[in-house]
Structure formats: C-alpha cells, structure tokens
Design a protein around this ligand. Structure first.
Ligand code: ZN
Length: 88
C-alpha cells in the first residue's frame, strides 16, 4: 500500500484509513475475484513478470483506475515479484 499513499500525498489520515478499509473490502469482492480469475487464466497460471514461478496473486500496475481496473492495469504474479513491484 506504500505506493498508494505516496501517490495521494497530502490527504488526511482519516481519508487514508477509510480508503484502506474500502480497499480491503474490495479485495473480497466479486469484481476483484472475477478479475483475478481472468488474469490467472490469460497468464495460464504463470507469473507474468518472471514467467518461471506460478502466480499466486494479482498485482496493480497502476492505481489510476482503482476499484474500476481494466485487465491492463493488473498482472498475475508470484509473491516475490509482487513484493519487488510494490517496493519500487
Ligand atoms: Zn514472478
């Protein structure tokens, strides 16, 4: 989540807390699960970054359309690659 906070620097703590709650709920939503499934299928289960390990999660490439992501805004990735992506 660190990169989200940076993108929205200057907003109130309260707003960020609400955004975090909303985001946590969103990750449990039907929409997110469908996106996840679609990406996993299109990547044939493999991590789209290293293409070696099997992916386990969906990563955001950008947060411009957060809550309304398109397939191009997300990647099916393995744990180590997701960490690296978010750490940049
Ligand atoms: Zn990977």
């Amino acid at each position: 989540m660190a990169d989200v906070l940076e993108l929205h620097g200057g907003v109130s703590e309260d707003w960020l807390q609400r955004r975090d709650d909303e985001y946590a709920r969103y990750l449990e939503s039907d929409r997110w699960h469908k996106l996840r499934k679609a990406k996993k299928l299109s990547a044939k289960g493999k991590c789209e970054i290293c293409e070696r390990r099997y992916g386990t999660q969906l990563a955001h490439l950008g947060y411009d359309r957060i809550f309304a992501e398109r397939l191009v805004d997300v990647l099916w990735v393995c744990g180590p690659c997701h960490k690296e992506l978010d750490g940049k």
